[in-house]
Design a protein around this ligand. Sequence first.
Ligand code: NAP
Length: 319
Amino acid sequence: MSNLEERLLLLLPKGVVGVLALVGILAVGRILACSVWGVVGALRTYVWARLWAKSLPETYGKWAVVTGSTDGIGKSYAKELAKKGMNILLVSRNMEKLQRVAKEIRSKYRVQTDVVQADFALGRPIYGNIAKRLKGKDIGILVNNVGMLLAPGPFKKLTEDNIWAYVNVNVASVLAMTRLVLPEMLRRKKGAVVNVSSVASYFPMAYFQVYSASKAFVSSFSRALREECGSSGAAVQCVEPGAVSTNMTSFDKDIHTPGFFTPTADAFAGSAVATLGHAARTTGYWAHRLQLAVWRTLPERYIVSSYKARMDNKLKKSK
Ligand SMILES: NC(=O)c1ccc[n+]([C@@H]2O[C@H](COP(=O)([O-])OP(=O)(O)OC[C@H]3O[C@@H](n4cnc5c(N)ncnc54)[C@H](OP(=O)(O)O)[C@@H]3O)[C@@H](O)[C@H]2O)c1
């Protein structure tokens, strides 16, 4: 301790020094406890989960429904669930792609498949037909994966159609699809709803303002629904990935090129599906968890403004 520090301490009444010491000990204790808890959580989610894989059809039911499943994360989720013995119902907007993916899954994993053509951007009218096609199937897992992301830009440039498409695809589809399957899961006391949100749900993102807000909605809804379902047997999982190399991220090569923090969709889904039943809220991929842990030590204001500055630069260059 320096002379100056010693003199300052002598100036303080003894009681105050004691309180300051206690505050210091509590703060260090909290940081240590959070770090240990974080490491234990990560080991449970990414190591233990892979070692003790459950039988998905037995735990949840025979069929999995995956929305937005002809490409990217949805297609990889469908393949990973089929690999684990689930029959797969694919819901997407392009019949040719649907049939191609269904055939690939059937021949590779020897499970049953079914397809429903639906454009989630159209909103309410599509759900009557989807409900009919779900009837009679033992739906064990619903993966609310479908999502859209338009090119970055200021809010004023979005058209009315853009806004309603965002709401219908990223927000309403999660609610409407969950509403179709959850009552039966609650009745059977088994099933899982997996909502694919994003790490963007943690931070408001300038120029992706509607996207990040829609993902904050998905995360908040998932957490509330999980509380509601409690120990009913119907699980609700929220998956909040960082960047994954798919069509969605193709606008920016920094987050599209596969690398340490950017898995391929197959690598991501392999990891994320294994966390089902082991983590209620997860990034789904260990490197994304690491990234998020670091971001969360920084002030939100700093993250939000530096992201905006980075996007300002990119948008200027692309003009
Ligand atoms: N990629 C990432 O870095 C990342 C990160 C965090 C979260 N996410 C989330 O992960 C989910 C999947 O993203 P992704 O990267 O896999 O996207 P993607 O590569 O663009 O694939 C989207 C899938 O959804 C389908 N789809 C799109 N709009 C649709 C609509 N209106 N109706 C029906 N189907 C539609 C697409 O079908 P078509 O073949 O017909 O286009 C495709 O199969 C999204 O919710 C996204 O927000 C992605």
